[in-house]
Unconditional design. Structure first.
Length: 159
């Protein structure tokens, strides 16, 4: 008999890892974006009413588009001696202030515990929003990655 308690363990939100391709050569070089404190991947549908007279008054809906995005918050990171900002976070910030191809990043996210079924890769437009705060707050940044085209399901790199 299966152990139903083990099959229904609640997962933690912090199971995700977000990485960004920091390579300039075209061959991916993945770097973890450190300091992640919130993570929310989304796939949002656009549905249109397709009801016609033949439906006898029952509504009908047709899905016409899917769009993906990732919303994440990060604690800002910098080297304690050189004061240089973290390279992965800087690539996101730089892309958010660019136009054309430079405004997109190649990203992937996956279950860092090695689970299959929720591991994705894609190209995204970046929005970078400092969250501010008072003198007792840590510096945090909200990043929105808006998908450009379909994401690709990948084999979990943590396995």
């Amino acid at each position: 008999m299966a152990d139903t308690a083990a099959e229904s363990a609640t997962l933690l939100a912090r199971r995700y890892r977000l990485e960004i391709d920091v390579s300039a050569t075209g061959t991916p070089s993945w770097a973890v974006v450190p300091g992640m404190s919130e993570f929310a991947p989304k796939i949002e549908p656009t549905d249109q009413d397709s009801t016609d007279y033949g439906s006898d008054g029952w509504g009908q809906v047709t899905r016409t588009k899917l769009a993906w995005s990732v919303e994440a918050s990060f604690l800002r990171r910098a080297h304690p001696t050189t004061k240089a900002f973290n390279a992965a976070q800087e690539k996101l910030r730089s892309a958010s202030r660019s136009f054309g191809g430079a405004s997109y990043v190649h990203v992937r996210w996956y279950d860092r515990d090695g689970r299959d079924g929720d591991n994705w890769e894609g190209t995204a437009l970046v929005t970078w929003e400092p969250e501010g705060g008072d003198s007792e707050e840590l510096e945090s940044i909200k990043v929105t990655l808006t998908g450009h085209g379909a994401p690709t399901e990948i084999t979990n790199p943590a396995t």
